[in-house]
Design a protein around this ligand. Structure first.
Ligand code: NAD
Length: 353
């Protein structure tokens, strides 16, 4: 674990714990980056990590990202995340999630968890048997349509910046990953008359996109080189990497995936190539807003959508500051989130009265 304490100090982490339960085979980690604005809310990811340190790296990176996402979305939340090392298609059991839930319970509400890659609504129901500090589950429903709605709004802000109009009709969008967020996003885009190019490792999902929206299907590695207006990464992180960045032939990168830029410097590569980048955690906060409003209770779907609608204006403001201050959008977004992190969260959220 050499170096982790230094990194915690440097990046302001409060707590990183390893979790282990011999009886159920649970192995994982929970990271609380910050509770300064409120409890650290973040999903629990189940994934086959190549090593234990890869799992710890991931949980720390994701937990910190959640602090930024919550602050930028002006929610009274901190940032945290959990990971369970294992194959979601093979290693799940109620006992495993209950064992994990007991660790969440021990954190006394400082960490509240939700679903993430590899975990779904019924896993949350198992966690809930051991702790109340979980949000989501079959009764609450999936946040993915709300994430997609926010990404669609962010794309409109991008279209204003690049084409001078929020109208996406006739524009071409290359969507990487038509899973739960990607397909809800495609629906918004198709309804508005955008042209779709899609790819997914799951051929059945690609076929569905062809049938439903007349999408053009391409092999997974060819998605980067499609001539299009938007590249929308909606699969794993690191879609913009050293290999793909030079191949992109789009005007805008805006999607649902977390950690789209594999390395910070790739933001410079996009900028120099004249490609506008919509900072990921600003664009994809819709699901978090949905989950938090469910946790607070008493919020209608209209109120949730109204708060997600703010993503469009926030993105425009980031682009405006980016132009004026000659800083890349993701740098401005980080400054905006850090500014929010230093402030007390407001009691009532803009757009929700
Ligand atoms: P999902 O698992 O439902 O869908 C992901 C899809 O991407 C799958 O269909 C998968 O087959 C495909 N895929 C994976 N790697 C691929 C590749 N290399 N090329 C093509 N397709 C590939 O996940 P999701 O819930 O739709 O989330 C998508 C992304 O958005 C993830 O990065 C997630 O962290 C992020 N995100 C999701 C939410 C949410 O509300 N679900 C919120 C914020 C961020």
């Amino acid at each position: 674990m050499a170096g982790y304490l230094a990194r915690m100090a440097e990046q302001g982490f409060e707590e990183v714990v390893l979790v282990h339960d011999a009886k159920t085979g649970l192995r994982g980690a929970i990271a609380i980056h910050s509770t300064a604005r409120g409890p650290a809310l973040g999903g629990t990811r189940m994934w086959v990590y190549p090593s234990e340190s890869a799992a710890v790296e991931d949980v720390m990176c994701l937990a910190r990202g959640m602090s930024y996402k919550s602050a930028a979305a002006e929610l009274a939340l901190g940032g945290g995340k959990g990971v369970i090392i294992g194959d979601p298609s093979r290693d799940k059991s109620e006992a495993l999630f209950r064992a994990y839930g007991r660790f969440v319970e021990k954190m006394n509400g400082r960490f509240i968890t939700a679903a993430d890659m590899g975990t779904e609504e019924n896993d949350l129901d198992s966690i809930r048997l051991e702790t109340d500090h979980v949000v989501g589950g079959r009764a609450v429903g999936s946040p993915s349509p709300f994430t997609a709605y926010g990404v669609w709004k962010a794309m409109k802000a991008c279209a204003v910046e690049v084409f001078g109009s929020p109208d996406l009709e006739g524009l071409c969008v290359a969507v990487q990953g038509v899973g739960s967020v990607g397909r809800a996003l495609c629906q918004h885009l198709a309804d508005e008359g955008a042209r779709l190019i899609v790819t997914d490792l799951d051929r059945e999902r690609v076929r569905m996109a062809e049938e439903l929206w007349g999408a053009t299907a391409v092999e997974s590695d060819l998605i980067y080189s499609q001539e299009c207006d938007f590249f929308a990464p909606c699969a794993g992180g690191g879609a913009v990497n050293r290999d793909s960045a030079d191949r992109l032939r789009c005007r805008i990168v805006a999607g649902a995936a977390n950690n789209v830029l594999k390395e910070d410097e790739l933001g410079t590569v996009l900028h120099e190539r004249g490609i506008l980048y919509a900072p990921d955690y600003v664009a994809n906060a819709g699901g978090l807003i949905f989950v938090e409003f469910k946790r607070q209770g008493g919020k209608s779907e209209d109120e949730t959508r109204a708060h997600i609608d703010l993503i469009e204006g926030r993105m425009k403001e980031i682009f405006r500051r980016s132009r004026e201050q000659k800083l890349r959008p993701e740098v401005v977004a980080n400054m905006f989130a850090e500014e929010k992190m230093r402030q007390e969260p407001e009691g009532s959220l803009p757009g929700t009265q």
